[in-house]
Design a protein around this ligand. Structure first.
Ligand SMILES: Cc1cc2nc3c(=O)[nH]c(=O)nc-3n(C[C@H](O)[C@H](O)[C@H](O)COP(=O)(O)OP(=O)(O)OC[C@H]3O[C@@H](n4cnc5c(N)ncnc54)[C@H](O)[C@@H]3O)c2cc1C
Length: 349
């Protein structure tokens, strides 16, 4: 069997990569272990255009945001079904400094920031909003499991998906590309998530994975709430008073499962948002692939130009991933330059 690219891993990164290559009429084979718990399967999928306390949004980030929103919208249009849920984010200020930072953004660059701004509507009495806030537009959440499933179905229809475990040891370099088992490909792209450097080609990359826990909560008092609420922690309404909420960051971990410490930390964040009675109805944990903050890293092996890497999606994979995957596809198949900030070969990481 001959393909243009073997993609190793069908998480968010591998799926985004697959769509980019298929759009370029390339033949792919995506091989995934089909694990029950992965970062992509657990992720909340939040896309927050203005993250952090300073609400920064560079021109580049704006381009990535627009690209991502169009990308998910086009997939929905072309393949049916909803994967991206546009939802306003009630961004509640934690302190005066945050409130000032937002006011400064609006005053200094209204053309950029006003499109994200709506006044804060009425909130339930139990919600802590003494410092005020605003409703952030153009955000929402990607139903990542749904997106993975849509991708998998599309690949299956093209006989382009296989369950399997690709060991880098079994990948050989050939004159025309690479070979894995009986499959010849021009390129192989490793999208393996948080263990992406446990691979003979990319063991020189340092990763800083972080265990994250999220909770499913029943909060009957907030049954009417339709906005995502964000104040340090975040809560995504799923209807009928059920919220997905979180989350935690733990760089030191020896097990990938929910813990009482993780639950306590996540609950503390949520209880600083609402004083309403909460019932925990679900807990999940997985490991985020992080290389440096939320910077995606990608590119080719310094010696083997047909062996590529896409990883480090961190907490902003839903927003940044589509644009970076498109740039990697162009780099691999049309020699377009990589965005320098993401190039694994030119960064000290
Ligand atoms: C609790 C939590 C909350 C999060 N919330 C958000 C959020 O709100 N917004 C956001 O943008 N991001 C969020 N993230 C981060 C997001 O999940 C990740 O950035 C993204 O999903 C990573 O995708 P990935 O494809 O790189 O890795 P993964 O999802 O880990 O996928 C890698 C895939 O490759 C497979 N694989 C690995 N090695 C092999 C191999 N050798 N052979 C075959 N298959 C292989 C794995 O089985 C897996 O399916 C969150 C993460 C967590 C844990």
């Amino acid at each position: 069997m001959k393909v243009d690219a073997i993609i190793v891993g069908q998480g968010l990164a591998g799926s985004l990569m697959a769509w980019q290559l298929l759009r370029g009429n390339l033949r792919v084979l995506v091989v995934d272990r089909d694990e029950a718990v992965t970062s992509s399967k657990v992720a909340a999928g939040l896309l927050t255009p203005l993250a952090g306390s300073r609400f920064n949004l560079s021109d580049e980030a704006m381009e990535r945001l627009n690209y991502a929103l169009n990308f998910y919208w086009e997939l929905e249009n072309d393949h049916g079904g909803q994967i991206f849920h546009h939802q306003k984010i009630a961004r509640l200020f934690r302190n005066q400094k945050e409130s000032q930072a937002w006011e400064d953004r609006l005053n200094k660059n209204p053309e950029r920031f006003e499109e994200f701004h709506a006044p804060l509507g009425v909130l339930h009495d139990s919600i802590e909003a003494t410092e005020g806030g605003f409703e952030m537009k153009r955000g929402g959440w990607l139903d990542v499991p749904q997106f993975l499933e849509m991708t998998r179905q599309h690949l299956l229809e093209r006989i382009s998906y296989a369950i399997g475990d690709v060991s880098a040891e079994e990948v050989s370099i050939t004159d025309s590309g690479v070979k894995w088992k009986n499959i010849e490909a021009s390129k192989i792209i490793f999208c393996e998530g948080w263990m992406g450097n446990q691979n003979r080609f990319f063991d020189w990359i340092t990763m800083h994975p972080a265990l994250g826990e999220i909770l499913d909560l029943k909060i009957p008092a907030l049954e009417e709430e339709t906005r995502i609420i964000n104040r340090g922690g975040w809560m995504i309404p799923k209807g009928d008073g059920v919220f997905r909420a979180g989350s935690t960051y733990q760089h030191d971990f020896d097990r990938i499962e929910p813990s009482s410490e993780g639950e306590a930390e996540a609950m503390q964040k949520i209880q600083s948002i609402t004083s309403a009675p909460i019932e925990i109805i679900g807990r999940r944990a997985a490991v985020r692939p992080i290389i440096k903050r939320s910077q995606v890293f990608m590119g080719t092996h310094p010696e083997y130009s047909n062996v590529a890497f896409l990883n480090g999606l961190g907490s902003k994979g839903v927003m940044n991933g589509p644009w970076y995957a498109s740039r990697l596809a162009q780099h691999l198949f049309t020699n377009a330059p990589l965005p320098p900030e993401a190039d694994i070969r030119s960064n000290q990481i």
